[in-house]
Write a new protein. Sequence first.
Length: 549
Amino acid sequence: MIVNIVCLLMVLLIGYWWANQGLFSAIIHLLCVITAGALALAVWEPLTVGLLLKGSFFDHYAWAFSLLGTFVVALLILRLATNKLVPANMDFPRWANLVFGFPVGLASGVITVGLLVIGLGFVQSQKSLMGFVGYGRDQAGNVRQLDGMWLPVHQITSDFYGLLSVGSLKTSHPMRQYYPQLDRQAVALARDSWRSGRGQITMRPGAASVQQAWVCPDRCVVKVRFGRGSRDYGQQLTLSASQARLVAAAAGGAKPYVAHPRRWSQPVKDVGDRIFSFDDASHFVTTIPGRESADILLEFPWREGLRPLFVQVKGARIDIRQVETLPDCNEVMAGGAGSGVSVDEAQLALAPAIRPAEIRVANDIRPVMTSTNVLPGTIKQQDKFLTEGIAMFSRDRQQYSRTLRIQGFFEPEGTRVVQLDVGRRNAATIFGSIRANVGERAVPMLVDRDGNTYTAVGYVHEGRDGTEIRLDPNRGMTLDVIPPLPTAGNQKMRLIFHVTEGATIVGFQLDDSVVASCNLYVPEKGVPRGSSGTQAPPDEPGGFGSDPG
């Protein structure tokens, strides 16, 4: 009710305002609004993807900021230009201004408010917009229309610019075919995430890639590899059926085929690949906590004779380049996506062994002692555990109240913190000739027995002037952001990793180059180090693939 009243009042007020300004002014303003909207939509995706999505907190607002910001700036420039070029108004009778100027003003209001609703639909927030949810998943997990507006300004605006994109404003990548059903995405498929909006709704295109696609008579299966950047807030990927869609190519001005997934296959901890269905509103694709990447098979309903063009996941458009035609896709789904890399046993056997004292499962921040009330603003904490940022701490061993003292590094659910000494005198050193051989962009990572990798999320540098802590779980570490150590060997460096509970770490490497070997079991929280531990079977239907822990 609220959103309907607000949108309707805004459109009426805009129409009334321009009716009083005169028919000619209303027409000029409508042309400016249409042009500004077209410009904003044209540069929306390139601007957001190319400049604004950096893996920071601003990503949650980048899509809305770029669309609405560009529209406002373009409209302001156009209005200033037209006021200079056409300084005088045309004199129409009062009745003509009201009778004809009002509907022209209403058209400006519909487009303006429509773009506003679309822009606000891409802000990280709860699923509903002032209590309104246009499209989403019902209790059976089906993606459908749940409610409608009295005046569907967002749909009218989307359809209008969609027609322009294949008509008078035709481009090589028209909006009608490359961003169909924009109104549905905005209200509110993009925000239909885990726990009604608590899951992340934005993903950078480079965070995922399509490995292969299979087309069958009644379905299309797409294998998507989700990397570190796809994880919600650097912890664990959650993905609803609303947030993923497959778009097929369309010829000319035809509407493309759009489908949301019905089933998926994913690895489940200690079980292997399993198939799950999006047949309940509580079912989500979720990666195993801590693992660097995951291969997920998404199954979409399909029609014969079409060609899959791309999948869109949380706003990220991922092109499909390899397509194979099969008579039946059941075998593909049953085979699973597979994940992990092959463990090079030969290299591990030749690599120096990491001493037990140099690698440990622990989330302490020693030798640092600090508290929440003196913690620098450049580093964040959650419940007295450090999460992300960078800060330098002095060597002073000042005592702090236990209620305020920082307890250690934050451990995302289902993971443990593993710390590895990588100084010049350690077996797993990242300095000297090995650093020169692999290059400054090499990624330090741990590898477990099953070939799953875990990129370093931070470091602890004990230097001459104090101890520096840096954490970046969203992007991880590369060698170029890790400070060098002097050849004297009197400074220490530890890398911080988030590793899945129950994993056995067998090696440390820089990209594909094995540096050192080890044999470290990572127990569950509450299980003493060295205990074999056990893993409970996942809850049906999805375990990790239904509701993330």
